[in-house]
Design a protein around this ligand. Structure first.
Ligand code: UD1
Ligand code: CA
Length: 463
């Protein structure tokens, strides 16, 4: 059986945060989830996370998933270190298990790399394999110490290195594959005899070698994959890498991007060919976008469906559906449960919520359409408002095909406006409007001749 252990109990002090390090998010997803997803490539039958003070947060995050969360007590009464962490779950491991050990703070690792790593461990009949990389300045990392014949001798922590060992560029990524029996035997032999007084998991390599068993390194080319996050600067660096990976995947599938380093798209999103996304756009959640769309400005599209040929200009779209050829914005807000059919036009400063809007209907400027069903080819004038709330309850209105709502009209819901019903500008509508009727609600206009001149005379007498 393959078992994966993810170490996540560390204190993460360098993050300067009240929140657990491994729960910090990259592209809206907690760091530890990336590691878990990568481990899925390896056919793991049992997953164990070692949690520390973050046990409750991790339990909430991973609720419902088949992952065992084991608590490592942290404090001066307890030992500390990666070796101690793994020792807490030895009873979960059988002798013939293969154990993959990962760290929760390395989200850039790819599943395909872990797959190759495990294949290498198994096909070489290794007892323990460590995944390594090379870097010009490996400060802080454990060094890979090899014999003259190139075989692995041991791993020495930076703080325990002598001058010669400090020059070694190959370092321990923190990822290891170990056979169950060897892991159990060697962990019990660990001591805390080192500069940090910790139980180092890395020491098991030397112990296993001394027992005459085969240990080895697996060197990867792309050091980026083992980039560990200890600070918020590193968090942003890693997020940039992930953003690049996601955006390049979209471009390779035919999406056009302007200034992709400033485009933020979650990997859950689907986007069709020749859709163009310009600088500053964020697309999140279960959003599906068709072909030949254009999205620009500081638009945010969350959990929405956009059919082909949709244009979104500097707008916020949440939990909405947008039909073929419809355009939205600039500065529009589609709130949840908005459904726009084909060729709808939603223009400047228009807000729509929980409303269905039929084909060809237009609301070009400054309108609020909330809790309403609008038919086809309706014109909603500038400043029209669906007054859906009386302070206690919400009400729905219906406007049927071909209707016309004049500028600055208030539709006091619930109202039904039948086909081609025409509401005059400035009217406050409190009763239904019949088919083809004009509804007008305004005081009659009075023009008072010469009033301004007379006012000026009155004012000058007062002085
Ligand atoms: C560790 C390795 C080092 C390697 C580096 C790679 C050891 C002794 N050192 O050093 O060789 O180059 O990772 O990033 O293993 N953790 C626990 N419980 C503990 C201590 C740590 O769960 O008691 C977890 C942390 O949450 C973290 C991981 O183990 O996810 C690594 O711990 P960290 O303190 O970051 O180890 P490093 O000093 O970076
Ligand atoms: Ca680390």
């Amino acid at each position: 059986m393959n078992i994966c252990i993810i170490l996540a109990a560390g204190e993460g002090t360098r993050m300067k945060s009240k929140n657990s390090k491994v729960l910090h998010k990259l592209i809206n997803k907690p760091m530890v989830n990336y590691v878990l997803e990568a481990s899925d490539s390896v056919n793991v039958e049992k997953k164990i996370i070692i949690a520390g003070r973050n046990k409750e947060d991790l339990t909430n995050l991973l609720e419902g998933e088949n992952i065992l969360i084991k608590e490592q007590k942290i404090g001066k009464d307890y030992p500390y270190g990666t070796g101690y962490a793994v020792s807490l779950v030895l009873n979960e491991i059988e002798d013939n298990d293969k154990v993959l050990i990962l760290t929760g703070d390395t989200p850039l690792i790819k599943g395909e790399t872990l797959e190759k790593f495990m294949d290498y461990h198994n096909s070489n009949n290794n007892t323990a394999t460590v995944l390594t990389a090379e870097i010009e300045d490996p400060t802080g990392y454990g060094r890979i110490v090899k014999d003259t014949d190139g075989s692995l001798l041991k791993i020495v922590e930076h703080k325990d290195c002598n001058e010669e060992q400090l020059l070694i560029k190959e370092f321990n990524s923190g990822f290891m594959a170990i056979n169950g029996d060897a892991l159990k035997n060697s962990i019990n032999k660990l001591d805390q005899d080192n500069t940090q007084g910790e139980m180092y998991l890395t020491d098991i390599f030397e112990i296993i070698r001394e027992e005459g068993k085969k240990i080895s390194t697996f060197l990867i080319d792309d050091v980026e994959e083992v980039y560990g996050i200890n600070s918020k600067v590193q968090l942003s660096v890693a997020e940039e890498v992930l953003r690049k990976r996601i955006n390049e995947k979209f471009m390779s599938e035919g999406v056009i991007m302007e200034n992709p380093s400033n485009i933020f798209i979650e990997d859950s999103v689907i986007i069709g060919k020749d859709t163009e996304i310009r600088s500053g756009v964020r697309i999140t959640g279960k959003t599906v976008i068709g072909e030949n769309c254009l999205i620009y400005g500081d638009s945010l599209v969350d959990n929405s469906i956009l059919e082909d040929n949709v244009v979104i200009k500097s707008s916020v779209i949440e939990d909405s559906y947008i039909g073929v050829g419809t355009d939205v914005g600039p500065f529009a807000h589609l709130r949840p449960k908005t459904k726009l059919e084909k060729k709808v036009h939603i223009g400047n400063f228009v807000e729509v919520k929980n409303a269905n809007i039929g084909e060809g209907t237009k609301a070009g400027h400054l309108a609020y359409i909330g809790d309403a069903d609008l038919g086809k080819n309706i014109n909603i004038g500038c400043g029209a408002i669906f007054v859906n709330y009386d302070g206690k309850n919400k009400y729905r209105s219906i406007v049927k095909d071909g209707g016309f709502i004049g500028s600055n009209a208030n539709i006091i819901s619930p109202i039904i406006i039948e086909e081609e019903g025409f509401v005059a500008a400035g009217s406050t509508i409190t009763r239904d409007v019949g088919k083809g009727d004009l509804s007008i609600e305004r005081a009659e206009q009075r023009n008072i001749v010469g009033w301004v001149e007379r006012k000026k005379e009155r004012d000058s007498r007062k002085k």
